[in-house]
Design a protein around this ligand. Structure first.
Ligand SMILES: [Zn+2]
Length: 392
């Protein structure tokens, strides 16, 4: 347990740094397409977000799954889990659902960016399957793993349909203004840093992570519409590793094990999902041949074994990868018309990744085949610690 004071006192300084960062895990700048996708509906016109799950919908669905699942699904808040900080900035409870009885823990999170909605639906769909599916594959998953599913990491941003969370003043019940007098929006996926956590959600989930010490994880995002390098085909799903394989950071972690295993995971997902004609995969890149290599992203900080204020004294770390479904809820993007397809490809990717890990198939994949997944030739790394680092 710890006081929230240190994090709060870091907030103003840190918020300025985060706001200045232009890095994204979402759409690379300048890739908006002129043509509609052959696979996805036209992005023209206003995006209708009326069918996207709200926070209340998620609470209701979690409750339903807890009550109706054949296998034990446990739904709880971080307050119930016992983290010292345990709500969003605006005071919403933060939810986790667990399922499975296995000795290894798996961390699955969605909608850390509030305007990237289908991670929520994908994880609720997976939770339903893990709670009810009696097939040998699902029996294996429940026997081998305990899943920690976070369907809506950022409830405040989700309710506002914005990427970030807004720093909140509990006393006035309104945004806490920054030094410039304006509201402070924090990208929660740049907020797990050695200097501390600007937003409550970050420290709350970090504390929970130090309690769980997962073995591996997956993080689900959306990106803008994107075309494949060379072919120009529309991409429906990009596979991401937030510390670039072979880059400045990842090969040095866990004696190189994460550099190998994260690539094996993505190679396996690429092979299995490429069997579906409606899914078109490439590698996540930030544009202009730059690979992402950020340290403040949640999944990066997990791989780096972030030890904030002695909460992770033994330096636990774990590999994590991320998925980027094309289209988000910004105007001119895809919206709900591609919803079923977007959710489906995320669920398929999660299933293949989890079953591949459980059976050991992934650990047999050739990591070098990461190079075969379509991508622009790498010219450098976009970092949050040294600007752009060219390939040596
Ligand atoms: Zn995102």
């Amino acid at each position: 347990m710890q006081s929230t004071k240190p994090a709060r006192s870091n907030r103003r300084r840190l918020a300025a740094v985060v706001t200045a960062a232009s890095l994204m895990l979402a759409a690379p700048a300048g890739v908006a397409p002129a043509m509609a996708s052959a696979n996805f509906p036209s992005p023209n016109g206003q995006t209708n977000i009326s069918s996207i799950l709200t926070y209340a919908d998620v609470q209701k669905e979690l409750q339903k799954l807890e009550q109706t699942s054949r296998f034990n699904v446990d739904v709880f808040t971080l307050a119930e889990a016992g983290t010292s900080v345990n709500t969003s900035e605006q005071g919403r409870d933060l939810y986790v659902a667990t399922v499975g009885t296995g000795p290894e823990d798996v961390w699955l999170q969605g909608r850390i960016h509030g305007n990237e909605p289908y991670g929520t639906e994908s994880l609720l769909t997976l939770l339903k399957d893990l709670g009810s599916n009696g097939s040998p594959d699902y029996n294996l998953l429940r026997e081998k793993y305990t899943f920690h599913i976070i369907p809506m990491y950022n409830p405040d941003g989700s309710e506002e349909n914005i990427r970030q969370t807004i720093l909140w003043d509990d006393l006035t019940g309104s945004p806490e203004p920054g030094e410039n007098g304006r509201e402070q929006r924090i990208d929660l996926n740049r907020d797990w840093t050695e200097a501390g956590f600007a937003a409550k959600e970050s420290l709350a989930f970090y504390e929970y992570w130090t309690m769980v010490k997962p073995d591996f994880g997956v993080d689900i995002h959306h990106q803008g519409l994107k075309q494949q390098w060379e072919t120009g085909d529309d991409v429906t799903l990009s596979l991401g590793i937030s510390l670039a394989p072979g880059g400045p950071t990842l090969p040095g972690l866990a004696d190189g094990a994460y550099d190998v295993l994260t690539r094996q995971m993505m190679v396996h997902v690429f092979d299995e999902l490429s069997k579906y004609g409606s899914i078109n995969i490439d590698r996540y890149q930030v544009g202009n041949g730059l690979e992402i290599d950020i340290k403040g992203g949640v999944v990066s900080a997990m791989m780096l074994g972030l030890d904030y204020q002695g909460l992770n004294p033994e330096g636990h770390s774990n590999p994590v990868v991320f998925l980027e479904t094309s289209g988000n809820t910004s105007d001119g993007s895809l919206g709900q018309k591609a919803r079923g397809k977007s959710v489906r490809q995320n669920v398929l990717a999660l299933e293949e990744l989890l079953i591949g890990m459980a059976t050991g198939e992934i650990q047999q994949e050739d990591p070098e085949r990461w190079d075969e997944i379509p991508h622009q030739p790498t010219t450098g790394y976009q970092t949050d610690y040294a600007g752009i680092v060219p390939v040596q």
